[in-house]
Design a protein around this ligand. Structure first.
Ligand code: PLP
Length: 397
């Protein structure tokens, strides 16, 4: 322990993974836990994609793949960017990595010097904060409130930029809030970035295909900041492929080359079989993506309808991803006689122990007043989870 590097000691354990582990432990003890803590679709990968992976093995895609990804996959991603996002990234500007998470840290490590500031918008996805720390950067957390639909305004962004700000990480649709910025809201942020030379933006668009509020918008589509935007995406969420570990970026060419260099010394190219599966996903003409998205919409309406009856939950109806993020601060200070609820971590633990439903406290997302519930679960599970939670919460006075 004493010999561990300062770097690793400064990292925290992902709260979402910790909660998932606790609920797995309870399940192993025979307790019927409903897990609403995880960040992945409950669907299996569509059959045509699985077939492509099986074929890849038979076709001997078993050797080292190129570091930035197979040429045909990078070309397919470049075509996808043009077709679906109206973005012009040549295949050379595309780098394939081991999931969106890997894509993001690659960019952070390639751009941020020790001591430089990286702006993240709370509530934020858990890993941004620690990835910045890992790179030696300084996370600058800008808080948003449920009253403004958890969105950052251009004034708030402008006020936070200093001569040391190198990067902003932007995420829409958002994990954990499910909020989606409108094009006008994005444009007002883009205009601020335009004014600051040497300021870059990662646009994390991993939930692009799970959106209920119309067409997905990309930050790189504002041409005056295109040269300073890195678009991150992947197949994990939209194609139910979390286990395959494929993410990718579209980036300025010089940065794509830097990421390629980093990856060449670190991970090498991503699993050859997964790359062939991702190619099949991105080129697929089937409707599995739409079927999953429609199922998420139905479940969103179901869970939001049920949560509306919870006295202490203040919610915004999410417009994308598969999370609801209620403000639960009304419960703070209450007790069932045994447990006193001081914060949302206590409340998540209370719900797990008393209702046998796993949810995640908001502290790890930079929003300690909130809870994250994932509705990537069956309708029956959602109904039962809400019934149990309501009964347990009613005991808090
Ligand atoms: N970005 C956000 C906002 C996420 O929620 C996730 C996964 O939970 C990722 C990136 C990483 O995705 P991947 O599983 O492809 O690494």
């Amino acid at each position: 322990m004493e010999y561990l590097s300062d770097r690793i000691k400064s990292l925290s354990v992902s709260q979402t993974l910790a909660m998932a582990q606790k609920s797995r432990d309870m399940k192993e003890q025979g307790i019927d836990v409903i897990n609403l803590s995880i960040g992945e679709p409950d669907f299996n990968t569509p059959d045509d994609i699985k077939e492509a992976a099986k074929k890849a093995i038979d076709d001997n895609y078993t050797h080292y793949p190129p570091v930035p990804g197979y040429a045909d996959l990078r070309k397919a991603i470049s075509d996808k960017f043009r077709r679906e996002n109206d973005l012009d990234y040549s295949p050379e500007q595309v780098i394939v990595s081991a999931g969106g998470k890997h894509s993001i840290i690659n960019v952070v490590l390639s751009l941020v010097n020790p001591g430089e500031e990286v702006i993240i918008i709370a509530p934020y996805w858990v890993s941004y904060y620690d990835q910045i720390i890992l790179a030696g950067g300084k996370p600058v957390v800008l808080k948003t409130s449920i009253d403004n639909n958890f969105k950052l305004t251009s004034e708030e962004l402008e006020a936070a930029i200093t001569s040391k700000t190198r990067l902003i990480i932007f995420n829409s649709p958002s994990n954990p809030t499910g909020m989606v910025y409108t094009r006008d809201e994005m444009e007002s942020l883009a205009r601020v970035i335009e004014k600051h030379e040497g300021l870059f933006l990662i646009s994390d668009e991993i939930y692009e295909h799970i959106t209920f509020s119309g067409k997905h918008e990309s930050m790189a589509s504002f041409d005056y900041i295109y040269d300073r935007v890195i678009t991150v995406n992947g197949v994990s969420k939209g194609y139910a492929m979390t286990g395959w570990r494929i993410g990718y970026i579209g980036a300025p060419l010089w940065l794509a080359k830097a990421v390629n260099k980093l990856q060449g010394q670190f991970t090498s190219g991503v699993s050859s079989i997964s790359q062939r599966a991702a190619l099949a996903a991105i080129e697929s003409t089937g409707d599995s993506r739409k079927i999953m998205r429609d199922a998420f919409l139905k479940r969103r309406d179901l869970i939001c309808g049920l949560l509306k009856d919870f006295d202490g939950f203040k919610i915004r109806v999410p417009e994308g991803a598969f999370y609801v993020f209620p403000d639960v601060s009304e419960y703070f200070g209450k007790t069932d006689g045994d447990h006193r609820i001081n914060d949302s971590t206590d409340l998540a633990m209370y719900i797990l122990e008393k209702a046998h439903v796993a949810v995640v406290g908001g502290a790890g997302f930079g929003a300690p007043d909130c809870l994250r519930l994932s509705y990537a679960a069956s309708e029956e599970e959602l109904i039962e989870a809400c019934r149990r939670m309501k009964a347990a919460l009613a005991k808090l006075v």
